[in-house]
Design a protein around this ligand. Structure first.
Ligand code: 4AD
Ligand code: MG
Length: 433
C-alpha cells in the first residue's frame, strides 16, 4: 500500500479511510492495553492509537519495544478525535518497525552547547524543521523575483586568489604550494558576467574568518548577490527594497502558520513595502551622538549602533553614503563628495542588523587602479589583473549588492541567534558536526 504524508492523512477527506503513514516516533505513552504513539514525518505529526486487540502480536510487541525516534510504519483508519493534536487520530491495524532507535540522547532542557554538539540529531526538532522550511520558501521567492526581473543565475568559484572585502577576514589555504583563499563574496566574479548577461545573480557560500563571537556572524554563510549593467546607485537601492518586500509579502501571505510558530506576526511582514526609509551616514552618526553613543565621522557601526539605529523600527532602513575609508575598494566615489561612496547598507528592524551591503561599482580603469593603490596595504595588481581587465574591454556603469540569507531568515523569523538560520553553523569556536 502506498504511503501518504501525515498532512494529507489529517485532511477531513481521509476520515474513515484506511491510510498508511511512516515516520519517526515523536512521543509515546502507554494506557493499559493501548499505546498512544505520536508519529512525525516531514509534513507534521499525527497520533496513532495502537490497541493490543487491533494489531497482530508481532506489531503489538514491536510497538511496545520501539523507543522515541524509532522509524516506523503504521496502517490504519483515520478517526476524528478532538483530544488528538490536529483533531485526527490513526487507529492502527498494522504496526511495523523499520529501525529500533537506541535511547535518543536529546531529552528536555538540554544546554545550547549540547544541542549544537548533536546538531545532526537536533535538526529533526520542530524548530529547526520549521526554520529550514521557511528558509527554503524565502530562497524560492528570491529566485522568483530575480527571474521576473530578467536575471540569470550563475555560479562563482569558491577558491580564489583575490580577496573582495579586505584581508582581515580571509580564510587562507594551501593550493598545491600556492596561497589561495575561500571566497568572501562572489561579487568580483559576478562583475565579469555583466558584459555577457547584463543582469546576473548568484547564491553561494561566502566565508569570513570572523574573530568575533556575536549573534550575527557566521564563518560560512550563504550569500545572495546580484550585479546589473547600467544600474546606478538609485536603481540598485530600489531593486533591493522591491526584492525584500516581494519576499516578505510572499511569506506573510503564503505561510502565516510558519511565522506564528516563531512568534512573528505575519502583519509585521505585510507591512514591509517600498519605499524604505533612508538615512545618510552623516545623519546616522549625528543620531547616535545625540543618543550619547561615542561615534565620530569615519567610524563603522557595531552591534550597539545598529541596535540604537533600528531597535525601535518596524521596517528596514537604508544607510547611504558611507565614508570611503570604511568601505571596499571597488565602490564608486560620490562625485559630490569624494570622501564618500555611492553605497547602501540595508539594516533590518528590531536590531537584527545589516542584511544587505551594496554599491555602485568603479567602472573606469584609472579610478579603479588609483583606489587599489590607496588601500592599506595596497592591493597587489597581479592578483586582481583579471578584475582590472574588465575595465579595459567594454566596461559599463554597474551596481550590485549582497544579502546574507541567514541574516534575512534571522530577521523574518525573529530568531535570537544566526546559527539557527543554518542547519550546520560554522562559528569561531565550532565547525562540528
Ligand atoms: O557587506 P558585505 O561584506 O558585502 C559584500 O561582501 C559585497 N561584496 C556584496 C556585494 O555587493 N555583492 O556582505 C554582504 C552581506 C551582509 O550585508 C550580511 O548580510 C552578510 O553578507 N554577511 C554575513 N552574514 C553572516 N555572517 C557573516 N560573517 C557575514 N558577513 C557578511
Ligand atoms: Mg557590509
Amino acid at each position: 500500500m502506498a504511503f501518504i504524508q501525515i498532512s494529507e492523512a489529517m485532511q477531513p477527506a481521509k476520515e474513515g479511510k484506511e491510510v498508511s503513514i511512516r515516520g519517526w516516533i515523536h512521543r509515546k505513552r502507554t494506557a493499559g492495553k493501548m499505546l498512544f504513539i505520536v508519529l512525525r514525518d516531514a509534513s507534521g505529526v499525527m497520533q496513532c492509537a495502537v490497541k493490543q486487540d487491533k494489531v497482530d502480536a508481532n506489531g503489538w510487541e514491536n510497538a511496545g519495544k520501539a523507543l522515541i525516534e524509532s522509524s516506523v510504519e503504521v496502517k490504519g483508519i483515520v478517526k476524528k478525535d478532538e483530544r488528538a493534536p490536529g483533531g485526527y487520530e490513526l487507529e492502527a491495524a498494522k504496526f511495523g518497525v523499520t529501525n529500533f532507535s537506541e535511547i535518543f540522547p536529546i531529552s528536555k532542557d538540554q544546554s545550547t552547547e549540547f544541542l549544537l554538539d548533536v546538531r545532526h540529531l537536533w535538526l529533526r526538532s520542530q524548530k529547526l524543521t520549521n526554520v529550514m522550511k521557511a528558509r527554503d520558501f524565502a530562497q524560492r521567492y528570491f529566485r522568483d523575483f530575480f527571474q521576473t526581473q530578467g536575471f540569470w543565475e550563475v555560479t562563482p568559484p569558491i577558491i580564489t586568489k583575490s580577496g573582495c572585502e579586505g584581508g582581515s577576514t580571509l580564510f587562507e589555504l594551501d593550493y598545491f604550494g600556492e596561497k589561495a583563499y575561500l571566497t568572501q563574496s562572489g561579487q568580483l566574479y559576478l562583475e565579469a558576467f555583466i558584459t555577457a548577461l547584463e543582469k546576473a545573480y548568484i547564491f553561494a557560500p561566502s566565508f569570513r574568518a570572523e574573530p568575533s563571537r556575536t549573534v550575527k556572524h557566521l564563518t560560512e554563510y550563504w550569500h545572495l548577490e546580484m550585479e546589473a549593467a547600467y544600474y546606478g546607485n538609485e536603481e540598485n537601492i530600489k531593486f533591493q527594497e522591491e526584492m525584500v518586500s516581494y519576499v516578505c509579502q510572499k511569506i506573510a501571505k503564503g505561510h502565516p502558520g510558519l511565522l506564528q510558530f516563531f512568534g512573528r506576526d505575519p502583519a509585521d511582514l505585510l507591512a514591509i513595502k517600498p519605499p524604505f526609509d533612508r538615512l545618510d551616514y552623516d545623519d546616522a552618526i549625528a543620531f547616535l551622538q545625540k543618543k550619547g553613543i561615542k561615534k565620530e565621522w569615519g567610524d563603522d557601526f557595531g552591534a550597539e549602533d545598529e541596535q540604537a539605529l533600528t531597535g525601535h523600527l518596524k521596517r528596514p532602513i537604508f544607510i547611504t553614503g558611507y565614508p570611503k575609508k570604511i568601505k571596499a575598494f571597488y565602490m564608486k566615489l560620490d562625485p559630490k563628495n569624494p570622501e564618500k561612496v555611492l553605497c547602501d547598507d540595508l539594516l533590518a528592524p528590531e536590531g537584527h542588523g545589516e542584511i544587505i551591503g551594496g554599491s555602485e561599482r568603479i567602472w573606469e580603469l584609472d579610478e579603479l587602479l588609483r583606489r587599489m593603490k590607496e588601500q592599506d596595504p595596497p592591493l597587489d595588481e597581479k592578483d586582481y589583473k583579471w578584475y582590472v581587465d574588465l575595465r579595459r574591454y567594454g566596461s559599463v556603469p554597474h551596481s550590485g549588492f549582497g544579502l546574507g540569507m541567514e541574516r534575512f531568515v534571522k530577521w523574518i523569523l525573529n530568531l535570537d541567534h544566526i546559527r539557527d538560520a543554518i542547519p550546520f553553523p560554522r562559528v569561531i569556536n565550532r565547525c562540528y558536526p
